[in-house]
Ligand binder design. Sequence first.
Ligand code: IPE
Ligand code: IPE
Ligand code: MG
Ligand code: MG
Ligand code: MG
Length: 298
Amino acid sequence: MTIYEARYQQYLTDLETALPLYLPEQPREKGGLPVEAARYSLLGGGKRVRPVLLLAFCDLLGVERPAAMPFACALEMIHTYSLIHDDLPCMDDDDLRRGHPTCHRAYGEAVAILAGDTLLNRACEILLATVSLDLPGSLQAARLIAAAAGSKGMIGGQALDLAAEGKSIQLEDLRQIHKLKTGALIMAPVMAAACLAGASSEITMILENFASAIGLAFQIQDDILDVTADTAALGKSTGKDQRDQKSTYVALLGLEQARRHLVDSIGTARKALADLDRAGLRTEFLSGLTDYLLARTS
Ligand code: IPE
Ligand code: IPE
Ligand code: MG
Ligand code: MG
Ligand code: MG
């Protein structure tokens, strides 16, 4: 195991310990079925890229773990809610997620919608509890996460993604969809860490460049994997984008050009890391993470 892998593993262990504590079980007879379904989706796998980014940047910038963890868990909850709703028949109509039947396949559509709502509301509670402790930067970080998940971020991107099905759109418009539907929730952990740390405007700008580049790269890679990956490794069905006539980098440009854009974005991210290095921050882990985002097969 490389040093990068060991550290990712440690972040995962910490997150897998914290997440269930932030969403405790609730008996069915007390209305807890959506909680059961939310736990099914939240605790049943996932790469945890967003909370790992948050913890890693908090470590980089000197934010203590107790201040960072609630933000990390709230973000993973918001992300998981977005996946549950994304998989619904009225959206991408998927049967498999994180190697298991999708939430609505396991619990039915109504409970899956409520499970998503549960995760979003729980995330709000966690963020508000943190803000009420008056930790430095916490209000700003919470606002930034809420905005990233909202209609000018992930939700807006999802709306544009659905509207672009079956249409031929310009690359610039597709880039914008990707930046919103996926980039926003990848940028949020990095920018939230910057708020919590009270980072300088110079460092914040470099972080923004890094996060924006890996956010776009992440969705381009997701588009590529839908065509090239193995369902078992990916934990979700492949070939769905073509079936749904989704506007993706692969559909618009072909595999080779999509890969070129991925490599370009990763190159931009690496330049930002070099800037962070020059500013005296240790970027070994982030460099490993950036390499992983280029090479990932799941
Ligand atoms: C999938 O996200 C949806 C996108 C925004 C591309 P991930 O690839 O991070 O999914 P999990 O969390 O690992 O399941
Ligand atoms: C989803 O993008 C982005 C979200 C906000 C959930 P996709 O629809 O491509 O994600 P997958 O491929 O289903 O994971
Ligand atoms: Mg989708
Ligand atoms: Mg989908
Ligand atoms: Mg996809």
